[in-house]
Design a protein around this ligand. Structure first.
Ligand SMILES: C[S@@+](CC[C@H](N)C(=O)[O-])C[C@H]1O[C@@H](n2cnc3c(N)ncnc32)[C@H](O)[C@@H]1O
Length: 338
């Protein structure tokens, strides 16, 4: 069976490597350079989905089954064939909140825009008893327009690893937003199912200019921000902020002060680990940690393994994921051991 797989640009090779380790007989074909590829995996649909949800790959951002492949004619027949295909499997969407995701590869001969295709498919869904939905869908109908064929599939957001088309999570930029980095923590909150407002005392290591700190303050937490660089002036008078303009190696706290640690230092992974391990006693048992790991070396999978191994003395890994808003890095979600 064929699958349409997506990773962050430049990281498709790593997503392939992870899939190859899981399914040694998988064969790959590039659909959009460095980002989208087809995987032919000689296993049952449910086996693939179970393996992936059992051990979610770090670099695979999105996976869509190609339940049907329709040749592209380059004219109105394409929309008719697509509509008929969906009518034929109408039972899949009957009574279900269904989101339609359409993506086009650059060189596709499919002549219709994303919004036109989506409008047609929403109408077909309404006709066959599906309930077109943008938010919190039960099922996603996903169409990828490759060069010469439409790859059409359906599944739950969990099966596809995201409820955004291709896993491309978009947040609205706010007026006065301090940094784009804020999106990383917003995405981590969603992806890892964290409720940031449930924490009380956060330590933000490598906090400047303050995007993450601002989000934590918005969520009502008291925040201790550590960074030798300047925090944005809009934050510094906040009553729940303590700003230590220092290197993280030069600060110490009372045992068990914090229930949340966030760290976005974009620094050498091993030096970052050393600093975090030195600060571990400042965290309560069971405290949550969200940490970005810069991928500076040639062997990112090995770097990640080394980082997780070194942190394992104090932290249990919940999930490692390259988020859509991560660039040359991934994000770890951990909890402090008792
Ligand atoms: C990518 S920026 C952090 C962005 C921040 N998360 C935000 O939302 O605005 C990385 C920061 O880590 C800080 N940093 C690097 N090494 C550090 C260290 N040893 N101790 C504390 N901060 C450090 C840098 O000064 C820089 O401000």
């Amino acid at each position: 069976m064929r699958w349409v797989c997506t990773a962050n640009r430049g990281f498709a090779n790593l997503a392939m490597e992870e899939l190859r380790r899981m399914f040694p007989e998988a064969a790959f074909q590039q659909l959009a350079a460095g980002e989208v590829f087809a995987a032919d995996i000689p296993s049952e649909r449910h086996e693939v989905l179970e393996s992936i949800s059992g051990k979610e790959p770090i670099f695979l951002r999105h996976i869509q089954p190609a339940d049907r492949a329709l040749p592209v004619a380059g004219n109105v027949d394409d929309l008719s064939a697509l509509s008929d295909t969906i009518r034929y499997v109408g039972y899949t969407f009957d009574g279900k909140r269904t989101a339609v995701h359409v993506r086009r590869s650059e060189g596709t001969r499919f002549p219709y825009s994303v919004s036109d295709t989506k409008a047609v498919l929403d109408a077909v869904l309404a006709e066959i008893g599906g309930e077109p939905a943008m938010q919190e869908p039960e099922v996603i109908l996903s169409v990828y327009a490759a060069a010469g064929e439409l790859l059409v599939g359906w599944g739950t957001p969990r099966e596809m690893l995201s409820d955004w088309p291709g896993g491309a999570v978009r947040f609205q930029r706010e007026e006065g937003q301090i940094s784009r980095a804020k999106f990383k923590l917003l995405e981590a909150e969603r992806t890892f199912g964290l409720r940031l407002s449930a924490f009380r005392e956060a330590l933000d290591v490598g906090a400047a200019p303050g995007g993450w700190t601002s989000l934590l303050l918005e969520r009502g937490l008291a925040v201790t921000a550590v960074d030798p660089a300047e925090l944005h002036p809009s934050l510094t008078d906040h009553p729940k902020l303590t700003y230590l303009k220092k290197n993280a190696g030069d600060v110490r706290f009372e045992r068990g002060t914090f229930d949340l640690l966030v760290c976005d230092m974009s620094w050498s992974p091993m030096l970052m680990v050393k600093l975090i391990m030195e600060l571990r006693d400042a965290l309560q048992p069971g405290a949550t940690a969200v940490i970005t790991v810069k991928l500076m070396h040639r062997k990112p999978l090995q770097t990640i393994r080394d980082v997780v191994d070194k942190l394992a003395g104090a932290f249990e890994l919940r999930k490692a994921k390259q988020l859509f808003h991560n660039r040359d890095e991934i994000t770890l979600y951990l909890t402090k051991r008792a």
